[in-house]
Design a protein around this ligand. Structure first.
Ligand SMILES: *Cc1c(COP(=O)(O)O)cnc(C)c1O
Length: 440
């Protein structure tokens, strides 16, 4: 049993998080319920920051908000002094509503609309991470129209893709994101943005993957990028003042996962950048930016479900159903993601059976966990699934017209509801009934 952050087994054999009994919270707020362990989020945030500070490197740690965004979450990120990545007008709107300082917001995305770019520029976001030639044209037009200089990073695809325990080096990466370095798109984009006086080209961005457990992918990417910077220095007299290395730092969903600490990832990056800087006499060390999403909130999140029906097929499988599933956690269905779970009110009970946890949607694929050892359970029990903090609520849907769950933050014995559970009324609030006399 792997307990994350402040998760503990209480004297009453219940799972406690943030100094609070999760069973009591489930009874108070209903289930399914997302709980976020704020201390864990704050520890990770300071771990990332400390690694830069101890090395005396200029930095920004930007939370990749797609992992989980809400007003309260953005307030925490602001308090921790982090920056913020948004990829849509909706994420930007939420951040602004949370009072997040726009100059610390970076706007990402491979198909930002004109309206979204206008929104971002009028809000005064810190920079636009430019993804493609279409976007360069839109931004040129807007810079001229607004008579305003726009701070940009160029998103590059260095031809390295990292996956959990390995990385792939591809000549020309098949990716919808960014300018490819291998085929010359990156150089062409740089020339174009440098030639336009309405841009301040702060630097470059690259994001090589997600749930990465080793540092090789990052150091290889740095090596490739800086190899290119040498050409850029010679050909265009350009050297970036910001190098954004993206996110993708892994977390431990199950014992199969072996992530490094924030300090280890960051130190390896800094070391490689410093090594590369030997080739750049007279240039200042660029600011290093990173964009952790999952590693800030993933293992800080736990979902509490109520256990309902069970179906035992002798010699085949024992299904245990919970009152949520793919509507609040699509990752098992989408990525075959694996999770650990406990019975929140029977934490020390003997694990006597192997069961599979089923969601309540009308899909055979709505399975949360296959083959997990649990104690005997009944319909008064609560199942706690750990590590659901990233890409859980943010990918939640109303499939089968199921309401999205509530979200509660916990820390030091205190709790606060930060996202209300949706109601039936919420589900129909955008529905427009037929007018009389039409379609008859
Ligand atoms: C998704 C994403 C991240 C965050 O990835 P995690 O694996 O959650 O850390 C960071 N940067 C970019 C550009 C992304 O698309």
């Amino acid at each position: 049993m792997n307990l994350h952050g402040t998760s503990r087994i209480g004297d009453n054999q219940h799972l406690w998080i943030g100094g609070l009994d999760t069973v009591e919270l489930a009874k108070k707020y209903g289930t399914p319920l997302y709980l976020y362990d704020l201390s864990l989020i704050k520890n990770r945030a300071s771990g990332f920051k400390k690694a830069f500070e101890e090395n005396g490197v200029g930095y920004q740690v930007a939370y990749a908000s797609k992992a989980f965004s809400s007003i309260a979450m953005f307030q925490i990120i602001e308090q921790e002094g982090l920056s913020l990545d948004v990829v849509s007008g909706g994420e930007l709107y939420t951040a602004l509503q949370a009072g997040f300082p726009p100059e610390r917001i970076h706007f990402h995305g491979n198909n930002k609309s004109l309206a979204e770019l206008e929104f971002a520029l009028s809000a005064g976001v810190g920079c636009i991470v430019v993804d493609n030639f279409h976007e360069i044209s839109l931004l040129k037009m807007m810079s001229s129209k607004l008579n305003k200089k726009i701070d940009i990073l160029l998103r590059l695809t260095p031809g390295i893709e990292a996956h959990t325990h390995d990385y792939i080096i591809t000549g020309q990466e098949d990716s919808k994101f960014g300018f490819d370095l291998g085929n010359g798109q990156g150089d062409k984009a740089l020339q174009e943005v440098l030639a336009f006086e309405g841009f301040r080209v702060l630097g470059i961005h690259c994001h090589i993957g997600s749930q990465i457990f080793e540092t090789e992918g990052f150091t290889l990417a740095i090596e490739k990028l800086f190899g290119h910077f040498k050409k850029w220095e010679e050909n265009y007299s350009y050297f970036p003042s910001v190098v954004n290395l993206g996110g993708g730092f892994g977390i431990q969903y199950t014992s199969e996962d072996t992530p490094l600490s924030p300090e280890q990832y960051v130190s390896a990056m800094i070391e490689e950048v410093k090594k590369q800087m030997i080739h750049f006499e007279g240039q200042d060390l660029p600011e290093l930016w990173i964009e952790p999403g999952r590693s800030l909130v993933g293992d800080a999140g736990t979902t509490i479900y109520s256990i309902g029906s069970q179906k035992e097929i002798e010699g085949v499988r024992h299904y245990v159903s919970i009152d949520g599933g793919m509507t609040d956690n699509i990752r098992p269905a989408l990525y075959q993601a694996k999770y650990e779970a406990f019975v929140a009110n029977k934490m020390n009970a003997e694990l006597t059976q192997t069961v599979s946890i089923a969601g309540k949607c009308c899909e055979s694929g709505d399975m949360l966990i296959w083959d997990i050892d649990l104690p005997e359970v009944c319909d008064h029990d609560f199942l706690a699934v750990s590590c659901t903090g990233a890409y859980g609520y943010s990918m939640a849907s109303n499939y089968n017209r199921i309401q999205r769950p509530a979200v509660v933050f916990v820390e030091n014995g205190e709790e606060q509801l930060v996202v209300k559970r949706e109601t039936y009324e919420d589900l129909i609030k955008n529905d427009v009934p037929l007018k009389s006399n039409v379609f008859v």
